[in-house]
Design a binder for this molecule. Structure first.
Ligand SMILES: [Zn+2]
Length: 384
């Protein structure tokens, strides 16, 4: 029972928007619910435009009937598209794992796939290798499907293979756009990181990505309004990614031990809400860990207490309204770990445990302050 204290800190209620379909190489593979719409949309659009697409692919007078046959073909293409995206993401993940960087999960959703990595390699060459292998694998599929398509005689097979070849060329091209979160953006950042420090490289890469998005959007106004939407998505993603990389990078240099408050007031589960409110006023803290004996069983905050009607604050106890979904950290963890969990799960504070006993607490504002200090200090280079 080494981690007895931490045990209570793990149960997490996540909103379920994806379903896990399996594990490959130890990486959970998840399907996001938006995928159902996109598969249906592709199946429908391929099914009803089959002659138009055939013409684009150079198949004259195709032996395909509009109706069940063409819509089934649409389903096959849609599944083929997602298998292609899956192979693309798998390629990133395998190279990443082989290079010693674990991949948290692969999730397939509306815009394709995302491989979540715990950390980004600081070696630019490695980042280039991990990023480039995705588009390369898409190109390889495109090539194989193209050769296969030209060798087949059955119109349905020719259509499927040539269209998948086209899709994979597009996937490779789209992912090579030099903007976050596309692979091209990462490759660009890695190339810049060979000359500048990581933060500057990220900032510059994000700016280039945004310029690209704006040009792309203007182009879209003349060609296809859908491109404007994609441009907007790229612009937002570029800002978000650079912001997130910056925060992550800054906070990874700060240890939890250096920013936590060591004086922790705790309450026991049987405390009434009235007593708790009195503690809030006395100590000017809005939240306290709830401790039974040596063990942390939850966190109570002013927000939780607000749910209790005024006439019940004398009888209701902390244990009835406290948050039991908590994560504990250690003083040796870095602040970026807390920040990641904080943004993912909307936690406001973390109890800090050392050898199973509570040694401190870190709140959202401690982390924001640490970030501000790091940002200021970054101006002075690596002197601080
Ligand atoms: Zn990729």
């Amino acid at each position: 029972m080494k981690e007895r204290g931490q045990e209570s800190c793990k149960g997490v209620n996540k909103m379920k928007t994806s379903i896990k379909i399996g594990k490959i190489y130890g990486i959970p593979i998840k399907l996001h619910f938006t995928l159902i719409f996109i598969v249906a949309l592709i199946a429908w659009s391929v099914g009803s435009n089959v002659y138009l697409i055939a013409e684009m692919l150079g198949i004259s007078d195709p032996d395909i009937t509009i109706g069940l046959e063409s819509y089934m073909l649409g389903v096959v293409i849609a599944v083929g598209l997602f298998l292609s995206v899956f192979v693309h993401e798998m390629a990133h993940s395998i190279v990443s794992i082989k290079s010693g960087f674990p991949v948290e999960e692969i999730s397939l959703w509306l815009f394709g796939g995302v491989s979540k990595m715990d950390e980004i390699p600081s070696d630019p060459n490695l980042e280039i290798k991990i990023s480039a292998v995705g588009p390369l694998s898409s190109l390889a599929i495109a090539f194989i499907a193209f050769v296969g398509g030209t060798l087949m005689v059955n119109d349905l097979l020719v259509f499927t293979l040539l269209y998948l070849s086209f899709i994979n060329f597009f996937l490779a091209g789209f992912n090579l756009i030099p903007a976050f979160p596309m692979d091209g953006g990462r490759i660009l950042r890695a190339l810049l990181a060979k000359r500048y420090n990581y933060v500057k490289a990220t900032k510059t890469a994000a700016t280039i990505g945004k310029i690209f998005a704006v040009l792309f959007g203007i182009l879209g106004l003349f060609i296809n309004i859908f491109l404007v939407l994609i441009a907007f998505f790229i612009y937002m993603a570029a800002s978000q990614e650079s912001q997130s990389v910056m925060v992550d990078h800054m906070l990874s240099r700060v240890s939890i031990g250096s920013i936590m408050s060591r004086e922790v007031k705790t309450v026991d589960p049987e405390t009434t809400i009235e007593e708790f409110l009195r503690m809030v006023t006395t100590h000017q803290h809005t939240g306290f860990p709830v401790v039974r004996g040596e063990r942390i069983v939850g966190i109570i905050t002013l927000n939780d207490a607000r749910e209790v009607p005024e006439n019940m604050i004398h009888t209701k106890e902390v244990k009835e309204v406290m948050e039991t979904d908590i994560v504990c950290l250690s003083p040796d963890d870095d602040a970026s770990k807390a920040w990641k969990i904080m943004t993912k799960k909307q936690f406001g504070r973390f109890p800090i445990l050392e050898n199973d006993s509570l040694v401190g607490i870190v709140t959202r504002s401690d982390i924001m302050q640490a970030f501000q200090i790091q940002t200021e200090m970054n101006k002075y280079g690596d002197n601080f």
